[in-house]
Every structure is written in structure tokens, then in C-alpha cells.
Design a protein around this ligand. Structure first.
Ligand code: BGC
Length: 724
């Protein structure tokens, strides 16, 4: 359809019809205009697969038998693969099933920066580094949109905590905004060509992000050239005039009084009562409708030529399993405790409630009705194939304490009450529940210790659940819940060879037993194949290659948001740590971590040497540097390494982080294989945001290029010089 045809459609629409297109007429849909062949615009969460269907105007699961979908690895798992191809494959499957379910827009991916490990939604996001986020989000968006489904990248912007998420006012420097919090969105828009952006609930510098002139009009549309639809977060609109004027196209919410939405009857009344210049208002409404029709046209919603949807086929499924595998991070492997030998283990004790728990139904709007979910216990049993006796003991008692998302009001779904949540009431657990928890924990602990005595090997699978990794609530601290620290310490006392594996979406404090454990594995909410992937890693059927997309601090108290800034703040939160987020802080300020950004071990050993660089282009506007190095697999089995290139300005003119990630590559090598790898760095790799000139600057001078295994392990260095 040509531009003219879109303009013609706009001229044929009545004001009422246009208004119907720019606000929710159901929890996940707008109103169509049948007489002109304009369908309703249907959206669905979300990040881990296409969410189940609710009734149009009640938060009631319809209970369909046909809204089961692939449960995809959460975004922190995906980011831990450091594999762009898997991001693309994940997006492709998400888009395909969204198309299959008749959805026009999928409310994903979430890419907010992990400013603090305590953010309840960290599992929905891609870690702490803007470059890693940018590199992963672009192929993910491409994959989704290949299926005539729009991605809706969320939550724009600085939505980095759940505490007071609906009204907290973020104060952040322009430089930190540009260098840390916006690059992922910019990449999704400019390179990913995302067709949707969701505004954040919170405020930025006094204005709600869902109708923020600077964010939506100046940055998103004018600077980045966004041509898609801006959607509010559900209930994120607070003012009709601002919503009209400041760049919001579509208002969505969680209440069923659809005509009362800010961009519904109140907007009509405002025009009728002359509270706003009529000509300006009508032009603004046309602009919103134009954006929506433009996307509808691109998605083939207006010509009936939409692509087919479908369930995961053979290739999708292989990619899903591979993503789960590559997300597993081996954190410790002293004395070569792992992999376990399938032939030698005749009696295996599996301890820990997460071994036997399915996580797909939790996590707020990221909940999924999974086609299936292989738990670690299922995966281990399947892999051992009846050749070993597998004994399972829960070890700790996890009676669902629920969370603020699940526990507010009497409604069936927490979303119904999500606008009246008071996070201060988080996790009010009754005395009775605490008493029962203690009693059961003691019993389960003794049972596990007893069983550990005569097992050939002991594997603990604990971590967090979506009572903690959840929407609407931050964690109070990084501690493992359900007295797991005590259980792990006791297990290690009777069985020092206990393998500890943790399933969680965000970092946990391991200091109580970290020194004592030999083998430690971190896996995430890794999708429906997650349990199988973990089993494959434990028994060596897959050689782990995941790398942390975020620093694991020792306890969380030393995190920069707390040490230099504020968290969780009050009605305001000041990002006093500025650009020093994640490793940029730990590195520059020399603060010890439990595990650094980019960290992860393998069952083989890699050597990387001989970094060399050549400046190919050096002008003020454009720079190009070719970096090469050699990598060898010197161990006895095939595996994948993640080579990381950090850039450090030798004599910075402004304050800068000690180094920043600017390139990476995941490299598969057979045992004994050596390869030369070449990566290109462009101007962006050397810039900082200069607030005075409102632009990114690359200063002339010397830069060090650091070849690294992770943020704390530099293996080789070279230097380049820019004259301009
Ligand atoms: C969440 C969004 C989600 C929306 C629709 C909100 O509570 O913040 O991420 O897409 O609900 O379910």
C-alpha cells in the first residue's frame, strides 16, 4: 500500500473511529474499523513465549486448549549465550507462534539495563552492558518481525526497578542515559527496525515515560527515525494532554473501562470543550493513526497477505535446546569434579526443590502456558536412561509464599491489581507459614543428609523461583531463600564433592559456601528444554559455553546503585553512580566481585594470544580498526569460547570507565584447533557522550585494546593511536 492509500484511509475515518484505534478496547486489543477493512490491532505478552489468552475485559484465563506455546529461555539466559544466531532463532520462533496465535504485536523483548541485581525483572532483561544488549536485541527483533509480527521493545526508558515502578522519578545524567540506558533501544530501532516501542511506567526527570516529549518525540522519532508505534505500558498513561501531544500512539491499560481511558472519551471531551486547539489535536490524532496504519501495512494486515504461523519445527526445536545449553554458565570446577561420569554413577542423589519445579507459569506478565517443561530432574533421569538409580529429595521446603504480583486482592490474575500495588507490603508472610517452613526445612534437610551418605554423586539444584524473580517487586537482598545456604553448607560438609547448580534469573549471594564448593553451575529459566540442557552439561554431553551477562557481586550491598547512587530511593531515585554501572564500576573502583561480567568456564582450555590492530580509517566522523588474534583449543574436547575485546582510553579527557566491552565473538573449536579471528571496531567503540555538544565524541589519542576472557581476565593487549 502506498503512502497515498494510507492518507486516503485517514481521510475516510471519523474522529470516533480514529479514537478507537489509539486506545485499548480490550486488555490486549484496539478497535478495528470494519467498513474500511482495518482490523483490530492484537497484542500479547511476552518475552518468554506467547502468553495465554484472557477474556477481553476480565483478567480471567479463558482456559483455551490451544494457547499452549513454546516456553523460550528468558532474556538473561539468552544473553548468557553471547550468541547472536541463537537470539535470531529465538525471535523467529517467538514471531512464528505469535503469528500462529493471530497476534500482531508481541510485547517483547525487555531490554532494561540491570542497574541492580535486586530488580525483580532482571530475568526478563539482558544484563548490564549496553553493547551486549544491542548485539543481542537486533537479531532477536529481526527474528520476530520476519513473521509479520511487530516486536515491542520495552520498557523505554530507565525502568530499572520494580519498587514504586508506577511513579518513581528517575534522575540520571544525560551522559549515563545516552551511554548506558538508551543504546539497546537505539540499536533495536536503527539496526533492528523494530516496529514497536513500549513506554516505561516510571518517570524520567519529572514526566511519565509513556508521554515523555523528549524521549518519544525528540530522541525516538527525530533522532533515531522511528516509524513504528509507541505503546504505553499497561496503565502507564496519566494525562490526556501529554498523551496527545508527547508522542504516544496507543494507550493500553489493565482496567475494563475502555472508554474512560485518557485517549478515549476524555480526549474527545477535551476537543469538544475547546480545552485544546482543535486543529492541533486532530493533526496529532492523525499522526498516531498514520503510525498505526503504517505498521499494519508493513505487517500485511490490510492486504490479507500475512505470512503463515506455526509451532516449532525441527530447526526451531534444535535451536531452542541449543540456546538452553549455551546459556548454562560453569562457575567453578575445581578438581575436575564435572562432568560426572555417567558410567560410574550408579546411585545419584538429586537434592533441591528447583530440580522438580516448573517455572513457566510464573513471573508476572512473562508467564507462559508451556507445551512442556523439562525439569532438571526429568532431564537427569532421561539422560541416565535407567542405568542409574536416581533418588530425589527436596532438601528445602518451598511452600509458595506468593509475591505481590500473585497476592494482591482476590482476583485471578495479579495484573488486575497491578496499578494499586504497594511494594512496601512485599512478601508479608504469616508467622504460621514461617514456623511451618522452619519445621519442614529441618525434616527435609535431615532426609537429604541421610540420603547423601551412600550416593555415588550428589547434585543440588536450588536457586530462586518466580516468587523472587518477578514483576512488581524487587528482592530485599541477594540471599538464597528457604534456608538453602544452610542446606548447601551441610551437604558440602558430609559430601564435599556435592555439585551445586542454581536455577535463577538474577545473581544470588553465594558467600556462605562459595569457598567450599568444587563444582558450581548457574542455569537460568532456560525454557522448556532447560532441564535437559542442564543434565547434558552435568554429565558432559554438552561442553558449557555460557558467560555471565552481568557481574555477580559478592552480596549486592557493594553494588554501585547503592554505593554511589540510590536504590530503591523514594518517590525519586538518583542514579548517582552515573556511567559506572556493572563492571564499569567494579573495575574502575577496584571492588571485588564473586564472578565478573563475561565469566564462564569450559571443560576444555582455550589460549588467546597475539592481538594486533590496524587503524584503517581515522577521520573525525568515521573510524575503523581491524583487530585480529589467535585462539587455540588446547584441551582434549571440542568447545566454544567467547573472546571479548574491551577498549580503554589511555589518557581520557573526561572521566571514563577503566574499560568497556566493544566487540565479542563466540568461537567453536575442535580439540587442538587454532584459528585466527578478525573483528572490526568502528567509531562507536571509542566515543563518549559529550553533554555540552549533545553528541558522541571520539577524542584523538591512544587507546588500548584488551583481549579478554572476562572483565577481570585480560590475556593480551595492543595499542592504537588516533590522530584526529
Ligand atoms: C508490564 C509489561 C507487559 C504489560 C502487559 C505490564 O504490567 O510491565 O511488560 O507487557 O503489563 O501485560
Amino acid at each position: 500500500m502506498t503512502k497515498d492509500k494510507i492518507e486516503k484511509l485517514i481521510s475516510q475515518l471519523t474522529l470516533q473511529e480514529k479514537i478507537g484505534m489509539i486506545h485499548g478496547d480490550g486488555f490486549f486489543t484496539t478497535r478495528g474499523v470494519e467498513r474500511l477493512g482495518i482490523p483490530p490491532f492484537k497484542t500479547s505478552d511476552g518475552p518468554r513465549g506467547v502468553r495465554k489468552d484472557f477474556e477481553n475485559d476480565a483478567w480471567k484465563d479463558i482456559g483455551l486448549s490451544y494457547d499452549y506455546v513454546s516456553y523460550l529461555p528468558c532474556n538473561s539466559a539468552l544473553a548468557a549465550t553471547w550468541n547472536r544466531e541463537l537470539a535470531y532463532a529465538t525471535g523467529r520462533l517467538l514471531g512464528k507462534e505469535a503469528r500462529g496465535r493471530g497476534k500482531d504485536m508481541i510485547l517483547a523483548p525487555g531490554i532494561n539495563i540491570m542497574r541492580t541485581p535486586l530488580c525483580g525483572r532482571s530475568f526478563e532483561y539482558m544484563g548490564e552492558d549496553p553493547y551486549l544488549v544491542s548485539e543481542m536485541v537486533v537479531p532477536l527483533v529481526h527474528g520476530i518481525e520476519e513473521n509479520d509480527v511487530a516486536a515491542c521493545v520495552k520498557h523505554f526508558a530507565v525502568n530499572n526497578q520494580e519498587t514504586r515502578r508506577l511513579d518513581v522519578d528517575v534522575d540520571v545524567s544525560e551522559r549515563a542515559l545516552r551511554e548506558i540506558y538508551l543504546p539497546g533501544f537505539e540499536a533495536a530501532v536503527r539496526r533492528g527496525e523494530a516496529k514497536g516501542i513500549m513506554g516505561a511506567y516510571n518517570k524520567l526527570r519529572g514526566t511519565h515515560c509513556c508521554h515523555h516529549d523528549y524521549l518519544l518525540n525528540d530522541v525516538l522519532r527525530k533522532e533515531w527515525g522511528f516509524t513504528g508505534i509507541t505503546v504505553s505500558d499497561w496503565g502507564g498513561v496519566h494525562d490526556t494532554r501529554e498523551a496527545l501531544m508527547n508522542g504516544l500512539d496507543m494507550e493500553m491499560s489493565v482496567t475494563s473501562d475502555f472508554d474512560a481511558y485518557y485517549m478515549a472519551d476524555p480526549l474527545l471531551r477535551m476537543i469538544e470543550d475547546g480545552e485544546v486547539d482543535k486543529k492541533t489535536a486532530l493533526a496529532k490524532i492523525d499522526e498516531k493513526v498514520r503510525h498505526i496504519l503504517h505498521v499494519m501495512n508493513k505487517l500485511h494486515m490490510l492486504d490479507g497477505e500475512r505470512s503463515a504461523g506455526g509451532y516449532n519445527d525441527y530447526n526451531d526445536k534444535a535451536a531452542l535446546r541449543q540456546t538452553a545449553r549455551e546459556s548454562v554458565v560453569l562457575l567453578k570446577n575445581d578438581k575436575n569434579t564435572l562432568p560426572l561420569d555417567r558410567k560410574k554413577v550408579k546411585k545419584l542423589l538429586v537434592v533441591g526443590e528447583n530440580a522438580n519445579r516448573q517455572h513457566a507459569p510464573g513471573g508476572g506478565s512473562a508467564e507462559i502456558k508451556a507445551l512442556y517443561e523439562i525439569t532438571p530432574l526429568m532431564g537427569i533421569q532421561m539422560l541416565l536412561g535407567g542405568n542409574a538409580e536416581v533418588v530425589y529429595k527436596p532438601g528445602y521446603f518451598n511452600e509458595d509464599i506468593g509475591n505481590i504480583w500473585a497476592n494482591t486482592g482476590d482476583s485471578e490474575n495479579g495484573q488486575a491489581d497491578s496499578l494499586s500495588q504497594d511494594s512496601a507490603a512485599a512478601q508479608a508472610v504469616s508467622e504460621e507459614k514461617i514456623r511451618r517452613q522452619k519445621e519442614m526445612n529441618e525434616k527435609y534437610l535431615q532426609e537429604a543428609l541421610e540420603a547423601a551418605k551412600d550416593a555415588d554423586a550428589v547434585v543440588f539444584v536450588g536457586g530462586l523461583t518466580h516468587d523472587y524473580d518477578t514483576e512488581g517487586q524487587d528482592r530485599a537482598d541477594m540471599k538464597l531463600p528457604y534456608e538453602q545456604d544452610r542446606l548447601i553448607s551441610e551437604l558440602l560438609r558430609v559430601r564435599p564433592d556435592t555439585v551445586v547448580s542454581l536455577v535463577a534469573g538474577s545473581p544470588v549471594d553465594m558467600s556462605a559456601w562459595l569457598e567450599d564448593v568444587n563444582a558450581l553451575v548457574f542455569s537460568w529459566y532456560a525454557g522448556m528444554e532447560g532441564g535437559m540442557a542442564l543434565a547434558e552439561v552435568l554429565f558432559g554431553a554438552y561442553n558449557p559455553s555460557g558467560r555471565l551477562p552481568e557481574t555477580f557481586p559478592v552480596s549486592g550491598r557493594e553494588c554501585p546503585a547503592v554505593a554511589l547512587g540510590e536504590f530503591p530511593g523514594g518517590d525519586k531515585v538518583s542514579y548517582g553512580e552515573d556511567i559506572f554501572v556493572g563492571y564499569r564500576y567494579y573495575d574502575t573502583y577496584d571492588v571485588a566481585t564473586a564472578f565478573p561480567f563475561g565469566y564462564g568456564l569450559s571443560y576444555t582450555d582455550f589460549v588467546m594470544t597475539g592481538i594486533r590492530a590496524e587503524v584503517i580509517e581515522d577521520t573525525v566522523e568515521s573510524k575503523e580498526v581491524k583487530v585480529s588474534f589467535d585462539i587455540s583449543n588446547i584441551g582434549s574436547r571440542a568447545g566454544a569460547a567467547v573472546a571479548q575485546i574491551y577498549v580503554a582510553d589511555k589518557w581520557p579527557k573526561v572521566k571514563k570507565a577503566a574499560k568497556e566491552l566493544k566487540a565479542f565473538e563466540k568461537i567453536y573449536l575442535e580439540a587442538g584447533e587454532t584459528r585466527e579471528v578478525t573483528l572490526m571496531l568502528e567509531r562507536e567503540a571509542f566515543t563518549y557522550y559529550d553533554e555540552a555538544s549533545h553528541s558522541f565524541k571520539a577524542d584523538a589519542g591512544s587507546y588500548m585494546l584488551l583481549l579478554a576472557k572476562n572483565a577481570e581476565e585480560i590475556v593480551d593487549i595492543t595499542e592504537i593511536e588516533f590522530a584526529l
